[in-house]
Write a protein that binds this ligand. Structure first.
Ligand code: 4AD
Ligand code: MG
Length: 435
């Protein structure tokens, strides 16, 4: 089935070609003898410039959905071609209360219009970038012969053991047990890795964290990988290669730059991409604490406490000036499934980005039955809900590790966003479920 060409392809056609375009009016200017329409069909950041007579644009407002038939002619403007309209039909005009006029709208204002904000150039380009990243991730994992699997959203356990699960009120009545929305696919992914060796999944994760911040969502997407017969260094290497594979390509980058408002914003964005491409230092939690305590005016951290996001950003952005891998966190801070790297530390890593903080959490997994059983008991989890997971250590237990990348935090960084709420289509966060 051949579909009609979209704007990027139309702009590659020859002058004189007859064509038709359907899309939404970005602007409509009427002069005495001539009228101009910018029409965007959503397929790229490029709009097509249309030239016509004032009578043909009567009543057409910014935001209207129209179909324009005409002929491509050479243009003296920025675009080499423009469309000389012969016929314009309106699919749907806009009401007088259409809120997206052709002017600057702040992200805060646009968030009040969750169903309409994707019509703006910048927001639409974020979604196209997101789609491009997902396709690149698939290619990356394919190239490593990793199998994509699907994991359940309804679960009977709290994988991270942090008590931040959304519980289903119908769980006991319907399933005969407590049921939750998943916080991470990791445990199920481990079962797949025990059979398929190297696996990955892209799944929504749900966390009932009462955190009203610029980097927390209640529903977000996790890219998770689990690999058998691997050590931590190799695992970190795979994860870094994966992130390198989604640094915006030239075309995606140009769209993002075009959608920014100032040279300053564009320069900041290019710096972010530049930093992603650098060598990433790997330091231990203990070293990170020593560095941040010595080199920042931030509250000093004591060994054993979590690294707050302010400190995370300082470590990556001000001290290391690069994405930074932190290893060997205190065992007491980490979930039951991690193996040890020493008596007091977990064989784990987090990846911190400048301006964002943590974007990846990963670890080697405890593969010894007795040790895992001890960890589960010590964590206070219900053994019954996790018995199947423990069982994996009884039948062909294997060395393995994995990680999870928060997709929206990655998008936030790669698109130069201040707030994670602009990296996802329909936002769910603490005290907010708009539609
Ligand atoms: O560090 P986390 O909790 O790790 C896990 O869930 C592991 N089970 C993953 C694994 O090993 N398979 O979460 C992973 C990442 C974080 O680094 C962060 O980027 C993102 O998920 N994340 C959030 N993103 C948006 N909103 C939230 N509330 C998030 N919580 C975590
Ligand atoms: Mg984490």
């Amino acid at each position: 089935m051949r579909l009609k060409p979209l704007v990027p392809l139309i702009l590659k056609q020859c002058p004189g070609a007859s064509t038709s375009v359907s899309g939404w009016v970005q602007s409509c200017r009427k002069m005495k003898n001539v009228a101009f329409i910018d029409i965007n069909d959503g397929s790229s950041i490029q709009s097509l410039n249309v030239v016509t007579t004032p009578d043909k644009v009567a009543g057409i407002q910014t935001g209207a959905c129209v179909k324009i038939d005409g002929k491509l002619v050479e243009s003296s403007g920025k675009q080499k071609l423009e469309l000389q309209a012969e016929n314009i039909s309106i699919y749907g005009n806009v009401g007088s209360d259409y809120p997206l006029q052709k002017k600057y709208h702040s992200s805060e204002f646009l968030r009040t219009l969750p169903h309409l904000r994707w019509k703006t150039r910048h927001n639409a380009q974020i979604l196209r970038t997101r789609s491009w990243m997902l396709s690149r991730l698939s290619q990356f994992f394919d190239s490593r012969r990793m199998v994509q699997v699907n994991t359940p959203v309804l679960t009977s356990s709290d994988c991270e053991g942090a008590g931040e699960v959304f519980e289903l009120s119908k769980g006991p009545e319907f399933f005969g047990k407590n049921a939750y929305l998943t916080v991470s696919s990791q445990l199920h992914l481990e079962a797949y890795a025990a059979a398929l060796n190297r696996v990955w999944t892209l799944t929504p994760a749900f966390r009932a964290e009462a955190s009203d911040t610029n980097r927390h969502l209640s529903e977000f997407w996790l890219v998770e990988a689990e690999l058998a017969f691997i050590d931590r260094e190799q695992l970190i290497g795979v994860c870094i290669d994966m992130i390198h594979s989604i640094i915006p390509s030239a075309e995606i980058a140009q769209g993002l730059l075009d959608a920014k408002r100032s040279d300053e914003e564009r320069a900041e964005l290019e710096t972010r991409w530049d930093w992603l491409g650098r060598d990433w230092p790997v330091i231990s939690y203990t070293e990170a604490l020593d560095l941040v305590n010595a080199e920042s005016d931030l509250r000093p951290l004591k060994w054993g406490e979590n690294i707050p996001s302010l400190h995370e950003k300082f470590i990556a952005g001000e001290i290391m000036k690069a994405p930074t891998v932190i290893t060997d966190y205190p065992l007491s801070l980490k979930p039951f499934y991690m193996s040890k790297s020493s008596e007091t530390t977990a064989d784990c890593f987090d990846i911190l980005l400048p301006e964002i903080g943590e974007i990846v959490g990963g670890s080697m997994r405890e593969s010894d039955y007795d040790t895992l059983l001890k960890n589960i008991k010590a964590s206070g989890m219900s053994l019954e809900s996790i018995e199947w997971y423990l069982d994996l250590r009884k039948h062909g237990s294997f060395p393995h590790g994995g990680y999870g990348l928060g997709l929206e935090r990655m998008i936030m960084y790669a698109c130069g966003l201040d707030n994670i709420r602009d990296a996802v289509g329909f936002v769910r966060h603490f005290k907010n479920l708009p539609c």
